[in-house]
Ligand binder design. Structure first.
Ligand code: IMP
Length: 394
């Protein structure tokens, strides 16, 4: 078995969904290994825009099986809605989508906790209950899909709610809507599998990351991070595979940088350049609709992310968004509060030799080949620069 990985090298929103979609038919399985509905992978399928929050981006490939693996936390209601949307597009989800029994549930009480404890405000979270759901998981009182196979599962869910409410006296109690129980029932029509055993039936697996390295709960800018391991370590933990089974690691980075939510951002810009990037790059969160903070590419952090993940090839996205600027800046050193920049000549389009020079400069600075670039938002808008690095078809 070989597990190749697509992951983000920045703060998420690098364009991973599109890369996974493009690579998927070279694999038997595409598996999400961490995170939950805080992610928003935007894809364009038959001219329609679709945002996937929990379903892996390999779902549009008929032959490919998709797994939501044990490292993930799911919101049952959001997942059921997402599946219904895909079925309306004519996809037969039951044949393609599998759930790991070790997946944990985000309960209505987790979203409630995020609000009443003001965690959402302080960190600028996506308000999806991610942090509290992982907190319960690590505190060993979380509820997994396997728990739903027991007859007393409703009681356990209600007890967990009561436990949290006891810590916030006076706050209006959380309600469990009927739609939540209905969503749990509806998920029973999918196949629930033992991630460890099921994955052993396959040889070629693509692990799909969400968020990005700088949002990893250990490797990122703590506490301004998400609550899961977005790095390659999360693949081993979330899919129950050994580090020796990890093959290629595709690292995705924008040609500039963005961040949603609070926390340090050394290369952040404001004013005209920020407005340029936000407008041309459509830098608005696909899950929350928030305007993203924008800045220049940060090579110091990029090198760090490459090292932490053992990246074997880079994919640079959104170079087209910078087209038209007379020059672009990239941070090459200096401390976070006084970054040093190199200024490089701008490009008019992604076929401009200056863009190729920019890519070669990144390769020289990082020692990692830029395998491909994306050239626009559509599914087919991307270019492979190094065909020799492409895996064979499955
Ligand atoms: P949470 O994951 O909702 O707990 O949010 C924690 C931090 O991660 C916040 O700064 C969010 O904006 C950020 N975040 C979570 N998911 C994504 C994502 O998919 N893209 C970009 N930022 C994200």
């Amino acid at each position: 078995m070989q597990v190749d990985v697509v992951l983000g090298l920045q703060w998420g929103d690098e364009g991973k969904g599109k890369i996974v979609d493009a690579l998927a038919d070279r694999y038997e399985v595409v598996a999400r290994f961490q995170g939950g509905p805080n992610a928003g992978h935007t894809l364009y399928h038959q001219g329609q825009k679709i945002v996937l929050h929990q379903v892996p981006a390999g779902i549009f490939h008929e032959r490919v099986r998709c797994l939501i693996a044990d490292g993930v936390v799911i919101d049952p209601e959001i997942l059921v809605q997402e599946i219904a949307g895909l079925e309306r597009m004519g996809l037969s989800i039951e044949k393609r989508l599998f759930l790991g029994r070790g997946v944990h549930l985000i309960l209505p009480v987790h979203r409630w906790l995020e609000e009443v404890s003001q965690e959402a405000e302080r960190i600028g979270t996506t308000r999806r209950g991610i942090g509290p759901a992982y907190a319960d998981r690590y505190a060993r009182r979380g509820i997994s899909l396997a728990d739903l196979e027991r007859s007393d599962y409703r009681k356990r869910i209600l007890e967990l709610i009561a436990y949290h409410q006891a810590h916030f006296p006076g706050v209006p109690p959380v309600e469990v809507p009927d739609s939540f129980w209905a969503a749990l029932e509806s998920l029973r029509r999918l196949r629930w599998v033992s991630t460890y055993e099921w994955l052993r039936n396959y040889k070629r697996i693509l692990a799909e990351g969400s968020q990005g390295t700088m949002l990893d709960v250990f490797a990122g800018s703590y506490p301004y991070v998400t609550s899961s391991h977005t790095t390659v370590a999360g693949v081993c933990a979330g899919l129950l595979v050994s580090p020796r089974q990890i093959g290629r690691v595709w690292g995705v980075s924008k040609a500039y940088a963005t961040r949603v939510g609070a926390g340090p951002f050394p290369t952040e810009v404001t004013g005209a350049i920020a407005a340029w990037l936000q407008e041309r790059g459509h830098e608005r969160g696909s899950t929350t609709g928030r305007l993203r903070r924008c800045g220049w590419l940060d090579l110091v952090l990029l090198r760090y992310a490459i090292e932490v993940n053992g990246v074997t090839a880079l994919i640079i996205t959104k170079g087209d968004v910078l087209a038209g600027l007379s020059s672009v800046k990239v941070r090459t050193g200096g401390p976070d509060d006084a970054p040093l920049y190199e200024e490089l000549p701008g490009w008019q389009s992604i076929s401009d030799p200056n863009y190729e020079a920019f890519l070669r400069w990144i390769e020289a600075q990082t020692g990692i080949p830029v395998w491909a670039i994306s050239t626009g938002p559509e599914r087919e808008d991307w270019l492979i620069r190094r065909k020799d690095l492409l895996p064979e078809s499955a």
